[in-house]
Design a binder for this molecule. Structure first.
Ligand code: R5P
Length: 301
């Protein structure tokens, strides 16, 4: 029988780590990391990695602050003899820039994927922002396992929202919206978004009939500036209708954004726990465990 993995927590939520490690029956690894006074990263691996199947659960929101310690940890574990290295990054950053829209622009999705592939044997993540790139393995040529948030989101909606209609802001969101709608047994509608700048977004919704008499549940993979969600909320709120519920998979937003959504007329604003955030209401620990198990068994085939 395969021995349990050795699992390390780096910049990740303690509760999520505990639950995923318990689900994998993993041994907790010990890692020391801190900053030198000048801001550079110090990393020391305190557990014996030789011959082990090693998993790092790493929070990668605001990635520039976290990447160096992650790469140093991975490289050191390999030097210490780790047999296999899996990165579990519930939120995978840098995927939205997946094309050079202007000459000379860095396609960060490609470069970031290549960087991960250089240090790890396998990657497990939740609903990565794949738009023009359809397959994660195309930019990160290692074993990749994508964990869908849709089943947990649909279960949350079924338990808490009466007569929901699932609403996506744009064509990109259709993949998540359609999956959630099917699992929740609800209709769905998708809008047309135009983004003119980071904080300049408009959304048009032609099929307003689908929303009539129902509680709109807006779903997007990422809530960052909140401008996308707010544009949809403004279309649907008010006039005595049920306030739109906003559901994001990855919570990259701050309190000012939450206030913006509330001013626009949003009801509940909830997210999955891929990034530790006050809005977390949908637990994906069990789904992530399933993703890691699948990524390990694929190797055994
Ligand atoms: C865009 O392509 C994503 O799917 C999200 O719609 C976007 O990242 C949301 O960003 P913001 O909250 O800044 O409008």
């Amino acid at each position: 029988m395969k021995p349990p993995p050795l699992m390390f927590r780096l910049h990740a939520d303690e509760t999520l780590f505990g639950n995923v490690a318990a689900g994998l029956n993993a041994e907790h690894g010990s890692i020391e990391h801190r900053r030198f006074p000048d801001g550079e990263s110090y990393v020391r691996i305190l557990s014996e990695c030789a011959g082990r199947d090693v998993v790092i659960l790493c929070g990668l929101d605001h990635p520039d602050n976290k990447l160096m310690s992650l790469l140093f940890a991975a490289a050191t574990m390999t030097e210490l003899g780790a047999q296999r290295l899996t990165l579990v990054a519930p939120y995978l950053p840098y995927l939205r820039q997946d094309q050079a829209f202007h000459r000379g622009e860095s396609v960060s999705a490609r470069h970031f994927g290549a960087l991960v592939a250089r240090y790890f044997d396998a990657l497990v993540t939740v609903d990565p922002h794949l738009h023009r790139i359809h397959d994660l393995a195309a930019i990160c040529p290692i074993t990749c396992r994508v964990v869908p948030a849709a089943p947990a989101i649909a279960a949350w909606i079924k338990a808490r929202v009466a007569r929901p209609v699932i609403v996506g802001p744009d064509a990109e969101s259709r993949q998540w919206v359609a999956a959630v709608a099917e699992l929740a047994g609800a209709p769905y509608v998708v809008g047309e978004k135009v983004r003119r700048g980071d904080r300049d977004v408009t959304v048009a919704l032609t099929d307003t009939q689908a929303v009539a008499g129902r509680t709109p549940v807006l779903i997007d993979d990422i809530i960052s500036t909140g401008r996308t969600m707010a544009a949809v909320v403004e279309l649907l709120a008010g006039g005595g209708k049920a306030p739109p519920v906003c559901v994001g998979v990855h919570a990259l937003f701050d309190d000012a954004t939450l206030a913006l959504l509330q001013r626009a007329g949003a009801g509940m604003v909830v997210t999955c726990n891929t990034i530790a955030h006050a809005s977390n209401a949908i637990d994906l620990a069990a789904s992530i465990v399933g993703g890691v198990v699948a990524s390990r068994s694929r190797k055994m085939l």
